[in-house]
Design a protein around this ligand. Structure first.
Ligand SMILES: Nc1ncnc2c1ncn2[C@@H]1O[C@H](COP(=O)(O)OP(=O)(O)O)[C@@H](O)[C@H]1O
Ligand SMILES: [Mg+2]
Length: 251
């Protein structure tokens, strides 16, 4: 189950700093939106506003008919942060169970969730015994275990090497086709964003401003060969140009 996300005039100021200038964005249920831009431009702040972890200075976030706070209470959200949230000595299966316990959702089997995520035989392993790629899958499995309507992901693959990163991206794309979710996904990796997203929010270097929204009108899940597609190449080059231009404009 996926839900639409409505961002209406949402801004956030920290003291004198505009982490996010007033922003409007309508995200359809099941849509994948990537947030790209230089460090400090407000990407994490936007995720935290949707997650109800930070309050807006102005405006309102809606998840379906719920406010962000109601959505949080109803456990409609799943959050994956940049640093793996799994403690080194914790077992993979316990991590998934913990998420379900917090969400108050019983009745489906944590071992099955891990099997679905390609982690059969690793359920009892502790986090420190798992590879980076496996750990990230546990992380994402935990965030998805209670079947949230919206997934908020902050640079979830940044700890992985390039090959693993592509592999997990492809796996995640297929996974979303099976269990659709609305996704907000922060990444510094332009190719990854173009590969996975329906739309890219490209932030400008001056903080808190969305410079352009770029659409990738190609159905998901996408075949790995899409990387060689002229449309992919053109969109990635356009986004790269936007980011370089904005960075230059500031210096
Ligand atoms: N809790 C906070 N207190 C003060 N300033 C903050 C806080 N969170 C973010 N900021 C500032 O807001 C801006 C945007 O930060 P952030 O959303 O983390 O950017 P990004 O994720 O794009 O790197 C930065 O200038 C950052 O220093
Ligand atoms: Mg950030």
């Amino acid at each position: 189950m996926a839900a639409p996300v409505s961002i209406r005039g949402v801004s956030r100021q920290f003291g004198e700093t505009w982490a996010l200038r007033p922003t409007d964005l309508e995200i359809k249920a099941g849509e994948f939106v990537a947030l790209v831009g230089p460090s400090g431009c407000g990407k994490t702040t936007l995720l935290r506003l949707v997650a109800d972890l930070v309050a807006p200075t102005s405006g309102e976030v809606r998840i379906g008919n719920d406010t962000a706070a109601e959505a949080r209470r109803k456990r409609l959200l799943g959050l994956v942060s940049q640093r793996p949230a799994v403690l080194p000595w914790k077992r993979a299966i316990d991590d998934v169970r913990f998420t379900q316990k917090i969400a108050g959702k019983v009745g489906f089997d944590p071992a099955k969730v891990l099997r679905d995520f390609g982690l059969e035989g690793h359920e009892g392993k502790r986090a420190r015994q798992l590879s980076g790629g496996m750990l990230q899958r546990v992380n994402i499995a935990s965030a998805m275990a209670h079947d949230p309507a919206v997934l908020l992901m902050d640079e979830p693959f940044s700890a992985l090497d390039e090959m693993k990163r592509e592999e997990i991206g492809e796996w995640f794309d297929r996974e979303l086709a099976l269990r659709p979710k609305t996704v907000l996904f922060v990444t510094h990796h332009i190719d990854e964003a173009v590969m996975l997203a329906d739309r890219l929010l490209v932030f400008s270097a001056s903080p808190g401003v969305v410079a352009e929204i770029v659409s990738v009108d190609v159905p998901r899940p996408r075949d790995p060969s899409f990387r060689q597609d002229p449309r992919f190449v053109a969109i990635a080059a356009h986004v790269r140009g936007l980011l370089m231009h904005k960075a230059v404009a500031l210096s």
